[in-house]
Ligand binder design. Structure first.
Ligand SMILES: *[C@@H]1O[C@H](CO)[C@@H](O)[C@H](O)[C@H]1NC(C)=O
Ligand SMILES: *[C@@H]1O[C@H](CO)[C@@H](O)[C@H](O)[C@H]1NC(C)=O
Ligand SMILES: *[C@@H]1O[C@H](CO)[C@@H](O)[C@H](O)[C@H]1NC(C)=O
Ligand SMILES: *[C@@H]1O[C@H](CO)[C@@H](O)[C@H](O)[C@H]1NC(C)=O
Ligand SMILES: *[C@@H]1O[C@H](CO)[C@@H](O)[C@H](O)[C@H]1NC(C)=O
Ligand SMILES: *[C@@H]1O[C@H](CO)[C@@H](O)[C@H](O)[C@H]1NC(C)=O
Ligand SMILES: *[C@@H]1O[C@H](CO)[C@@H](O)[C@H](O)[C@H]1NC(C)=O
Length: 827
């Protein structure tokens, strides 16, 4: 039995403090607009009492509120490195009584990939600010079953009362003080037994899914008193999985007559019908689940009716204005398309969003409007996007104030429309299905480049391949094509011919073709590099200064090199976990870094020798090279930031920087000056910094409202044409670009001198490193575009409280040993 009083350990944004050792400069930050979301939206939640108050939650990119003009505003952009797991939102509850109150259950993983416990984030101003209430267990916003729910619910008659259904066997939890403290409901009969895959040693698919939803029967009580009847769904297979209390949670029992063949994903009340609609699946979702059912439970009579339109249905919505009008979405229907059904008679009869006329003729009863995300529509190039209606559809909602307005979440976006009642007009029906995710930028960015000519930004993106961003504020018309991949892992440009670009994909399945592509027109068109073997993928890539040689540190096949698109050959002299870079001027020179060693190749990447030492570093993160000067290289590592002007023979250690992740060089402040240096780094605290004097003085450029989540998962590039401009690619919140808008502080004269590390005496090359195996892959496939398979990564240790694994994760895979909570409240 637990009884815990959980203190709100900090209130935002007051706790954010700038790193004291350096000054800051005001930056204007904006999302680079991709549009259309770009990732899984597990649910969309309408407040039942206030028209137009709508929230969406995501699995890796926080939560959003909808504006009156149908754009979405992110609520969790303050989330910084220490609080990165806030971006996994496993449940959301909007208070039906005090409409300004909002609660988010946050935390990313319940296994070791996330070392932190979860927390309920409490807002009393519709998400403008939050106070966390830390839970004594983990929450899994990016775990299997995240499309179930909602697991968090506010009592509609007594809004001080909340229930939260936990994962991992932690059971049902209750708060009576607006979420401030939580107590386990110890007499709740089931904590759940279902696990998707007991054999998964990563803990990702072998954790207990637990409680899947909590639904108050608002009709059972009266305002001011705790609602007597509460239903709870539990992920049990083959044993009771719907429970009810009729005495405001004092006692609980299984609902009689239930069918427990499948696992309950959703329990949606139709108050007017005094009925509960429950959807079930044989999997936890969002990728699995091939069979399913929909049942209607008549609360008055206790009668259950099987109203399944087709097996496999999952998302359920009721029209509050029209009793008996309900809709369900097929969780995953891969052919010929996703499917949504609608009934106006309580589930007795259904019609589909498409129907076979006479096979193979398909009647699609909608027209598709992708004006807000043109790259994404039916004409889009990525294979999975031939599904117009979507996949991974669990969140399906009809506006409680407007029967024409509906929204649903898919693996990639939010779709919906404003003419839903047209669905009920018979065989000539034809509604408009529109991408309505404007403002949601949920992509996981793998890398970014800003070449000195052509478009200022080109991206390699998880799940949606990547883009040429000709206009940062307008959604691109197209994503990469020919070849199109689900995820592009990396991208680089050739220094002397910067319109020549290389990118690599992550599909290891040989059927997806060669995973290296080259463009000579800044990414507009591409050709496959036929030198690549079919089953090789992922990792990092660098292209030589003249664009003829590609160095590829693959995810599982070591380092390889190819000139003139000849077959890639192995480069055994560079460790298979190395960070790599090309010189931007000399076509023969490539660089690498692994462990504490810096490697140089002067023969086009065919052989590397240890050239210098990176002090006590154990995991170099990134090597960047001066765009105009051969041999002027920067290396970020777990032990700081290193700079060499002699091709890595000797390095200066930038002494103010204790740890650095992504780094970039951009336009210099003064003509002919040294490039501005940007770093995601620890300089007396983790943040984003710029130096205009090659690392002597630094200004912090992020602020209390822009934390960018986990620092080690982000990438940076700086604009070589616009002084001060930097682009930050995040893991779940898309790309930001920042421009200096405030005056830069005067440099302090007392900057510490940098120290030097000498060259090693021997040049023996280490080849002991081998790539860590993928931390997880079974939950992911090429047919599940919202979450790409994790790339192999060096098994380096994450920072304290840092992410140490995850879907699509390319950072450290070993967790730091845990520290006390106090250390987490400090930055
Ligand atoms: C939509 O509304 C938001 C919030 O009021 C505002 O910031 C944004 O500029 C508006 N967008 C358009 C396209 O009008
Ligand atoms: C329970 O549900 C399953 C799946 O929908 C169905 O096949 C079975 O017939 C149902 N059992 C009863 C007793 O209704
Ligand atoms: C549920 O349990 C039944 C009976 O033990 C079993 O056949 C079925 O495979 C289980 N379903 C899942 C999704 O594990
Ligand atoms: C539920 O059952 C009651 C009692 O049999 C009946 O009067 C009512 O119409 C039923 N409700 C629905 C929505 O079928
Ligand atoms: C609905 O309208 C779209 C766009 O005009 C059309 O392509 C589609 O065939 C129509 N559907 C039916 C069933 O007529
Ligand atoms: C490029 O570097 C190699 C190796 O240091 C050197 O031999 C060559 O002369 C350089 N090429 C140019 C054009 O500077
Ligand atoms: C590189 O050289 C070009 C041509 O001289 C110049 O325009 C550019 O500013 C230089 N870039 C940097 C970052 O110094």
């Amino acid at each position: 039995m637990f009884r815990l009083t959980l203190l709100a350990v900090f209130t935002l944004p007051a706790v954010f403090s700038f790193v004291s050792a350096v000054s800051s400069q005001i930056y204007t930050w904006k999302n680079v607009k991709i549009g259309g979301g770009g990732g899984f939206v597990p649910n969309i939640i309408f407040n039942p009492s206030k028209q137009g108050l709508v929230y969406a939650r995501t699995d890796i990119g926080g939560a959003y509120i909808m504006n009156s003009n149908e754009t979405w505003t992110p609520l969790l952009d303050f989330v910084d490195n220490a609080r990165w797991n806030y971006w996994g939102v496993d449940a959301l509850a909007t208070d039906p009584v005090d409409i300004d109150r909002l609660y988010l259950a946050t935390g990313m993983y319940t296994n070791s990939w996330d070392p932190n416990n979860g927390q309920i984030l409490i807002s009393t101003d519709q998400g403008k600010t939050f106070t966390p209430s830390v839970l004594p267990f983990k929450v899994g916003g990016n775990m299997p079953g995240r499309g179930m729910g909602e697991r968090l619910a506010v009592d509609p008659n007594s809004n001080n009362i909340l229930y939260f259904g936990a994962r991992s066997g932690h059971g049902l939890w209750k708060s009576t003080n607006y979420g401030t403290s939580w107590t386990q409901v110890t007499n709740f009969p089931s904590v759940g037994t279902y696990v998707p895959d007991p054999t998964d040693t990563s803990g990702y698919n072998s954790d207990i899914i637990g409680l899947s939803w909590v639904t108050f029967d608002s009709t059972s009580g009266s305002s001011g008193n705790a609602t007597p009847r509460i239903f709870v769904g539990v992920a049990n297979n083959g044993t009771n999985n719907i429970f009810v209390s009729n005495d405001a949670g004092a006692t609980w029992g299984a609902v009689a007559g239930q069918n427990n063949t499948f696992i309950p994903h959703k329990g949606i009340l139709s108050a007017a019908e005094k009925s509960l609609y429950i959807s079930y699946s044989n999997g936890a979702g969002p990728y699995d689940g091939t069979l399913g059912s929909v049942f209607k439970y008549n609360i008055t009579s206790g009668a259950w009716t099987d109203i399944t339109p087709v097996s496999g249905s999952i998302g359920v919505a009721v029209d509050a204005q029209q009793p008996g009008t309900i809709m369900v979405a097929a969780l995953n229907s891969w052919w010929p398309d996703g499917q949504i059904f609608r009934s106006t008679d309580g589930g007795a009869t259904w019609t589909g969003l498409w129907e076979w006329e006479d096979y193979p003729t398909l009647n699609r009863y909608y027209k598709y409007d992708d004006s807000l995300a043109p790259w994404m529509g039916p004409d889009a190039t990525i294979t999975a996007f031939t599904l117009q209606i979507g996949w991974m559809m669990e969140g399906l909602s009809i506006d409680p104030f407007d029967s024409n307005h509906w929204l649903y979440g898919t693996g990639e976006t939010i779709l919906g429309g404003h003419d839903l009642l047209k669905w009920d007009t018979g065989a000539s029906r034809n509604i408009t299905l529109k991408s309505l995710a404007d403002g949601i930028e949920e992509t996981s960015i793998q890398n970014l480049i800003s070449p000195p000519v052509g478009p200022h930004l080109i991206s390699a993106v998880g799940d949606v391949d990547g883009f040429v961003h000709n206009d940062l504020d307008t959604p691109p018309q197209v994503s990469f094509s020919n070849p199109a991949w689900s995820t592009s892992a990396d991208v680089d440009y050739a220094g002397n011919v910067p319109t020549t670009i290389v990118r690599i994909g992550t599909t290891s399945d040989g059927s997806a073709g060669k995973q290296v592509a080259i463009s000579t027109d800044s990414g507009t068109t591409w050709s496959q590099d036929y030198g690549a073997a079919d089953d090789v993928s992922g990792g990092k890539v660098a292209i030589s200064a003249n664009g003829d040689t590609v160095l590829w540190r693959t995810s599982a096949n070591g380092v390889q090199v190819s000139q003139y698109t000849n077959s890639f050959v192995s480069v055994p002299s560079l460790p298979s976990d190395a960070a790599i870079a090309s010189d931007k001027k000399n076509n023969s020179i490539f660089y690498g870094a692994s462990g504490s060693e810096f490697y140089l190749s002067v023969d086009g990447g065919n052989t590397f020798v240890v050239q210098g030492s990176l002090g006590s570093s154990t995991s170099p993160f990134k090597v960047v090279v001066h765009p105009n000067v051969t041999g002027d290289v920067w290396v970020s590592t777990d032990m700081g930031l290193f700079h060499s002007t002699n091709s890595g023979t000797t390095f200066s250690s930038i002494s103010s920087v204790s740890q650095a992740w992504a780094i970039a060089l951009g336009a210099s402040k003064t003509a002919g000056g040294y490039p501005a240096v940007f770093a995601a780094a620890n300089i007396g605290g983790v943040g984003y910094f710029r130096s205009d004097d090659a690392g002597v003085n630094w200004v912090q450029i992020n602020d209390a409202t822009h934390g960018f989540g986990s620092a080690s998962s982000n990438c940076l590039t700086a604009d070589p044409r616009i002084y001060g401009r930097v682009y930050i690619g995040t893991n779940g919140r898309g790309i930001f670009y920042g421009d200096a808008s405030g005056a830069a502080p005067a440099p302090t004269a007392t900057a510490p001198a940098s120290s030097s590390t000498s060259a090693p005496t021997s040049s023996s090359s280490s080849s002991a490193s081998s790539p860590a195996s993928s931390s997880s892959s079974s939950q992911s496939s090429s047919a599940s575009p919202s979450s790409s398979a994790p790339s192999s990564t060096p098994s380096t240790v994450a920072g304290v409280w840092g992410q140490c694994g995850g879907i699509g994760w390319t950072g450290p895979t070993a967790c730091a040993s845990k520290m006390t909570l106090a250390s987490n409240t400090n930055d």
